[in-house]
Ligand binder design. Sequence first.
Ligand code: SAH
Length: 249
Amino acid sequence: MGKLFVTGFGPGNPENMTYACRQALEAAEVIVGYSGYVDLVRPFYPSKTYIDTPMMGEVERCKEALAQAAAGLTVAVVCSGDSGIYGMASLIYELSETAGSSNSGSAVEIVVIPGITAAASGGALLGAPLSHDFVTISLSDLLTPWELIEKRLAAAAAGDFVLCIYNPGSIKRHDYLQKACDILLQQKSPDTVCGCVKNIGRPGEEAFVTSLAQLRNTAVDMFTTVFIGNSRTREIGGKMVTPRGYFHG
Ligand code: SAH
């Protein structure tokens, strides 16, 4: 029976790749992923077979990974951060349903390996922004209707959750963070402490603390993760800190 690891390798630096991820990549005969990600692991495992066609979409790549595993190979699908958080793990399971029904006898063992997600690695660079209840919201409307994203932003603001925003913008979606901030500003103070982290664990790494009013005018790209505090989040010594509640009950 073939084996398919779905593994997140963390933000990009080897120190933040888990030991289990390393073991999966060592065991794999074939490593599959988006070329930008595969390029980050290739230097460590140069002799593996790689499937990283940049033109191929996620669905085709994952189908190919399942097909290779069904043929008896040990395969690793790689994602940045955690493979279950805006990653490929769910797609692999969804595709395995159809693969199983049309191709019985070629069972594949799927093993999901956890990784350090951008909320955790970015949060550590900023200080301690996620020490109380938080939500993650992706601003990408490629797979989710924008109306639903707006609804979730407003609900998070109503609940005074800390927000961790993935996919805050890209060249095509250059004003999405601005639009998101406008929704949040309907319920949150413009002075709300916010943070921005770029290129975590990669060249050009940058982290800074700002306000919600300023965040609205901050340029972000697809390698940025944004943190928006709750009403108690403070700046302490240049760091973004959401109190756990020890001193105010
Ligand atoms: N599975 C990934 C998320 C993929 S969605 C994870 O768990 O981290 C892609 C988004 O993740 C990016 O737009 C960005 O918001 C965030 N991200 C992933 N890696 C990052 C990094 N090295 N630096 C900053 N943000 C990152």
